[in-house]
Design a protein around this ligand. Sequence first.
Ligand SMILES: NC(=O)c1ccc[n+]([C@@H]2O[C@H](COP(=O)([O-])OP(=O)(O)OC[C@H]3O[C@@H](n4cnc5c(N)ncnc54)[C@H](O)[C@@H]3O)[C@@H](O)[C@H]2O)c1
Ligand SMILES: [Mg+2]
Ligand SMILES: [Mg+2]
Ligand SMILES: [Mg+2]
Ligand SMILES: [Zn+2]
Length: 477
Amino acid sequence: MHMFTCLRVWQFIVRKPSTVNRHCRFVVRMSSTDRTGPSDTKKSFEDKYFDCAANGNVEELKFLLQATFNSDHRNDKGWTALMLAARNGQVHVIEALLQKGCDINLVNKTGQTAEDIAVFWDQKKAANMLTDFIKKENPDKQLRNYFSLNNLDRMAENRKDKDWLQSRLKKETTRFIIFSDLKPLVRLSGDATQRYKYTLVRLAYSDIEFLLKTNPLLVFLGVESDESTKDNSTVLDEAGQALFALDVTDTDESKFKTLVGEAEFTTSYHVLMQLEPSDAGIFAEARSLLDWLDRYKFCATCGSATTVAEGGYKRICDNKSCRTNKGIHNTCYPRTDPSVIMLVVSPDGKRCLLGRKKQFPAKMYSCLAGFMEPGEALEDTCRREVYEESGVRVGRVDYHSSQPWPFPCSLMLGCLAHATSENIKVGEDEMEDVQWFRRSELVQMLTKQHPQGLYIPPEQAIAHQIIKAWVRMTANL
Ligand SMILES: NC(=O)c1ccc[n+]([C@@H]2O[C@H](COP(=O)([O-])OP(=O)(O)OC[C@H]3O[C@@H](n4cnc5c(N)ncnc54)[C@H](O)[C@@H]3O)[C@@H](O)[C@H]2O)c1
Ligand SMILES: [Mg+2]
Ligand SMILES: [Mg+2]
Ligand SMILES: [Mg+2]
Ligand SMILES: [Zn+2]
């Protein structure tokens, strides 16, 4: 099997550690000099935090975690508290950190996760705990990119039945998520130190009934399923909680302040990237659908008005003699625009090609990406886009994972592309810069320790995940 085709599985398989790592003993650093001033206080706070993790001082660690503090903070070797606890087999600390929502997938400067470290140092109990946690979070051992975790059963057959939809709408357990001008209504839940601290506000039918008089856009998103209902459609239909998205664009937003208190309609990228991952998946479905319903009001074939059907999943042309009313036509269904995003690896396998689009924030580099064109295989889109943007030629292409990108309806198909040439000719129509980066530099960019301050997109972006995967798979180079 080719190295990259087994990558998803690979992520959970422990690798043979390198000799360099084996001789690199970790020492917990205590603050040794007299320090004063706010930055020194912060430093000693961090030292204390790492010290507690390494030495198993779980009570003090829990106390420190209550403060506004990033629990995934790293020391100068790129180690997190979870890695230190894994190194020393501090299972109670590991338990507390996982409960806190620490990121189990982060890697240190040599590309090791906490799980890799526990296995490497023979900390069996800690390694088992970390492995079990990963399995529980991700039983199919498949990378779930942000915006793709959606636990709804969309019940595509049932949503064709108007009576069924109507009865669902009014059911006591049914919930509604609210959008105004494509901004979701969110609230801060959990504490401010958590990575994913926003949730979608869910309202009951009795809360929103008064809004239905004006016939707003209403989309049936699905029924929330869990372990007990997911394989039994009858039970799911009876017991599952239905979820709708309601568009309140024409309603005074302040009405919702009285209805839900501390909540806000937001388009802030910062907030949207901190939604609970399962809510991010629901948001992606709802936002793409509402956007499509709003922008495709007229029939693409004859220009007549259309009527929303199937819980928002179809638009039917009002013109009875229209071609789209005879047979099945894709113009009646929501759009998804596939695009490719690829990490291009150099012919010697030691460097990767990253670029800057003109509109990127300063110093951010990412994978090259581009929309698929009609009649193209995704491998060929990769080859064409890489050539257009960088002048580099690509041979073999391997699939990594995908990510819905609901702004408005892209589906990112993440790949690893193997270059057959090296010379760069920046495609200036689109790109500002394209460069080859060595693995060590990617690690610095990944851990925000690059000497020139260069960095890559955050972990919610598929680009980050593909880069991280390559850094992991080449840890022993
Ligand atoms: N997650 C990431 O790290 C990351 C990084 C880069 C790009 N992306 C995403 O990848 C997608 C494609 O990348 P790109 O913008 O570089 O594509 P691209 O290289 O094909 O260039 C964009 C241009 O393609 C044209 N185009 C063709 N089909 C289009 C469509 N269906 N919608 C919009 N424009 C279309 C437009 O002229 C547009 O300006 C975008 O959605 C972008 O947001 C994500
Ligand atoms: Mg592009
Ligand atoms: Mg392009
Ligand atoms: Mg293009
Ligand atoms: Zn028509």
